[in-house]
Structure formats: C-alpha cells, structure tokens
Design a binder for this molecule. Structure first.
Ligand code: NAP
Length: 467
C-alpha cells in the first residue's frame, strides 16, 4: 500500500453537507501541511451554505456575509462541490467508501423538537424550523402554508430562533423588502394581520437562552413595541443569588435590557411583542375545523436541582390566551442518514470527538467522522463550528498517521466524478453555484435588495442551463 496524502496519492475526503461546518472542516484540512488533501463536498440541495442561507434571518445580512470566507475555501484547487446529490439516496454510504479514504457528515439539524402537549398537531401549531426555512426560500418549503390572518401568535421558547421568528413576524413590509426574504413570503407578510406576538419562556429572564444584541433588537423595531410584565421581569431569589455568586455580567446585562421593557407604555405602534417568563404551554385548543384558537399556560416556579441549575416546576396557577398561530422554537433536531449510526435520544450521529462510533462495539468506524450540529446538537453560533470542525480534523489526521483509513477501490478524483455524474447527472458544481449567485444578486440589485433567491430546484437547474 503506497503512502496516502502525497501529490500522486492524495488523501481523498468526502464532506457531506455544505453548511458552515462542512466549509470549516475543508478549511482545516487544507490548512495543515502534512498531507495533500482533496475534498469533494456534497449537498442535497444544488446550492451551498446550509444554515447561513436557509436559517440565518433575512434581516441579519451581516451574519450572512460569512459566506465570503466559504467562497475563499472553495477556491482551493483541491476542492470540488457536488450539489443536488443526496447521500443515502443518490449515493449510498457504502458506495462512498469505494471512492474516499474518509467521509465527514456535517448535515446539521434539519428538523424540530416537540412540546408533547395535547393539541400540538392542530392546524396553526407549527415548528419554527419550517417557518424559518419557508421565509428563507428553502426549496422544500415553497408550498408551505402559513395563515397570517390571525392577530395573536405565540412563539414558544426564548432562544435566538424564537427571537428571529418574533422579529420577522413584527417587521414592516418595508423593512422586509430590503432583505433577501423569499418573494412569496414577502407577499404574504404584506397582508399579515398579526398584532400581538407572545414569546413564552418556561424559566425566568436570567435563564433566557437568547443573547443580548437579539433582545435589544426587539426594542428597536420600526412599528412594534416590546413589552414585559413587570412581575415577570423581576428576578426571583434563586436567580438573584446565582447571578451574584457567579458575577455573571453578561447575563446581568441581558436582564437589564429585559427589565427596560417592563411595563413600557404603548407608543402607538401597530404591533406588540409581549415577552412572558415562567410560563409553559400545557394544552392547545382548536375550533370545529381543527384550527388552534387558544393556549392554556401554567405558571412555573424555579427550583434548584442537585447540580445547581435552576429548573421550572409547574404551579397550580393557569391562564388562557387566544392564539391563532403557535410556533414552537424549542430547539432543532438532527435527522439520521441511512447507514450511519445515530443516537436517537440526542438526535445526533453517535460519535466520540467527531469519530463515528459503532453502537455494538463502541469502537470507531474506520474512516467515518462527523462535525457541527449533527455531531454535538444544535447549540452555539456559526463560529462555534470552527473549533468543533478542528477537533474532528485533528482526529482524522491522527487516524491517517495511524493508517486507520478506508481503502477505496477507486481513490482517483476522476473516478469519483464519473460515479457522481452517473448517479446524478444534474449535479451542481461550484461554478454553477457562482453563476446562480450572480443571477440572484443581479435580480436583487434591480429591486434594491441583497439578492432575490431561486426557491425551487427545477428553477435553479434551468437558470444554469441544466435539465
Ligand atoms: P436554544 O438556544 O437552545 O433555545 C431553546 C429555547 O427553548 C430555550 O429557551 C429553552 O428553554 C426552550 N425550551 C426547550 N424545551 C422547551 C419546552 N418543552 N417548553 C418550553 N420551552 C422550551 O435553541 P434555538 O433558539 O433553536 O437556537 C439554536 C442555536 O442557534 C442557539 O445556540 C442559538 O444561539 C443559535 N442561533 C443564533 C442566532 C444568532 O446569533 N442571531 C440566531 C438563531 C439561532 P430552557 O432554557 O428552559 O431549556
């Protein structure tokens, strides 16, 4: 067996999933100097960037500019992109092992967690993940139906996804019209009747998962007032003590911003964002058409667990609020890939520091790795995936040094390209994406927007002259 990782015999790596972690994995692989590496990156969609394109809110364009970094990574001569190719459907995991020494799964977390309460399946009770994908123009969601004729909307959870959803619901059409929000969504928001958006936290202000800039932004909306009930903005004794003991300045700052909304009188703006704390939805009620009309909440109290964290406990105090739409923003969840070990209770690929683990033997599966949300769960900001990818790459390189890699029958770049073209003739190359990108930007420029997205796969293919 000749040496792997040389000019004549490069280390061939397949990265499955072209989101931030996929690109950071490629970057770390290209940065090291020990081995010559070639990367083929796959995505089930024709276009790259995953969560940056389809998760980051359209009114957060600055965050989206991180794609310039990914563009640079893609310029490495050892990099190829194969979009519109789904691993597990078009090409199996076993087939990949015949062409690559190592495979890294960076597929993110594509679905949502459930509240598990009665009425959760009523019409109008929806996962925030789908709503986010819809307004961002994800091709899987172009036919998604959301009824914005309701005045009262609840967003369950107080993480940054809840902030994004609440903000987008409360932006004016004029504000949205300067973003790259999907055209069909913009049209729907123009006719929105939404007036009150309740954001529901099951714990107190000091335990809110959102970050300070995001909560500040809610107070700076053009036509929406932010409001918190004064008694819910106040800290309970346990939270006060925990903050003081840890001198947690970041959380203190966040609590300060929340408290600045306490009891704020209306300034006459058209919409209201009402932040609630220490409440949990316990049941959703529907009308005769199966449409959600009301939510029952229970008031919570905090208690301290043995490990010292403050958890919510239901009291016997209930209340009901009228709602026509409910978005649960209580966390994303990973989706298994056929042929890859999955740890269902956490919704992640079974792994140790990025090495995929065989559930039977608990030993690493040779040549199989993972990174990002599908490795550690849906937490952290985009940049968190950089060190996460680095950990995986370090282990990949250690395994190369130890000779623990797959031994493909066809380790040549041309052989892999021929196999892919046979399985999915309509694959998208990075050049195809760059072409599409230019078309989107040009269309956007004409309307004073950063881009106008193509929102269906056939449209994308046609735009670059495929199919
Ligand atoms: P998250 O930050 O984990 O927040 C989830 C929220 O849901 C928490 O408030 C959690 O409360 C609550 N929750 C969970 N189960 C619940 C239940 N059964 N009933 C009521 N509430 C429940 O998750 P996320 O908002 O999906 O965000 C995922 C990651 O992406 C985060 O790291 C986030 O910061 C990041 N992100 C960042 C940005 C940005 O930088 N602008 C934007 C979007 C997302 P508990 O704390 O009580 O469990």
């Amino acid at each position: 067996m000749s040496e792997i990782g040389t000019q004549s015999n490069p280390l061939r790596v397949a990265i499955v999933g072209a989101g931030p972690t996929g690109f950071y994995t490629a970057e770390h692989l290209f940065k090291q100097k020990e081995y010559v590496v070639q990367v083929d990156m796959f995505d089930r969609l024709p276009v790259p960037f995953g969560l940056v394109r389809y998760g980051v809110a359209p009114d957060h364009q600055k965050i989206k500019s991180v794609t310039a970094v990914y563009d640079r990574i893609a310029q490495n001569p050892g990099f190829r992109f194969f979009g519109n190719v789904q691993i597990g459907r078009d090409i199996t995991v076993t087939e990949l092992s015949r062409y690559y020494h190592q495979v890294v799964y960076t597929t993110g977390a594509q679905t949502d967690r459930q509240m598990n309460i009665p009425g959760e399946d009523l019409a109008g009770s929806l996962p925030a993940t789908d709503f986010v994908a819809w307004y961002n123009g994800h091709p899987d969601f172009q036919d998604y139906d959301v009824d914005l004729s309701h005045e009262n909307v609840a967003v369950v959870g107080v993480g940054n996804v809840a902030m994004d959803v609440a903000r987008i619901l409360c932006r004016t059409p004029e504000e949205l019209a300067t973003t790259d929000i999907a055209d069909y969504a913009l049209e729907k928001f123009r006719h929105s009747n939404v007036k009150n958006v309740y954001i529901l936290g099951r714990r107190g202000p000091a335990q809110a998962a959102f970050t300070t800039p995001e909560i500040k932004e809610l107070g700076e909306m053009e036509d929406t007032d932010a409001y918190v009930e004064p008694e819910e903005a106040a800290l309970d004794e346990l939270s006060e003590a925990a903050l003081a003991a840890n001198s947690d300045r970041a959380t203190m700052k966040k609590v300060e911003v929340i408290q600045s909304y306490a009891g704020r009188p209306s300034t006459g703006k058209s919409r209201r964002l009402i932040l609630r704390f220490l409440v949990s939805p316990v049941e959703l009620f529907g009308n005769e058409d199966g449409q959600v009309v009301k939510m029952r909440l229970v008031k919570n109290k905090l208690y301290k667990t043995e490990s010292g964290t403050l958890r919510p406990k239901a009291t016997d105090e209930f209340e009901e609020i009228p709602v026509g739409l409910v978005f649960r923003a209580i966390g994303y969840r990973g989706v298994p890939i056929p042929g890859v070990p999955f740890y269902d209770s956490w919704g992640v690929i079974l792994n140790r520091e990025g090495r995929v683990i065989d559930p039977e033997t608990q030993a690493p599966v040779t040549g199989q790795y993972t990174g990002g949300w599908i490795k550690r769960g849906p937490s952290g900001v985009i940049g968190t995936n950089k060190p996460d990818a680095q950990e995986t790459v370090q282990n990949m390189l250690a395994d190369v040094a130890a000779g623990q890699i797959m031994r493909p029958d066809h380790p040549e770049a041309e052989a892999a390209a021929a196999m892919i073209a046979e399985k999915q003739p309509d694959y998208f190359s990075y050049d195809d994406w760059l072409k599409l990108n230019e078309l989107e930007i040009a269309k956007g420029k004409a309307q004073g927007r950063p881009r106008v997205k193509f929102t269906s796969v056939p449209e994308m293919l046609a735009a670059v002259g495929k199919s």
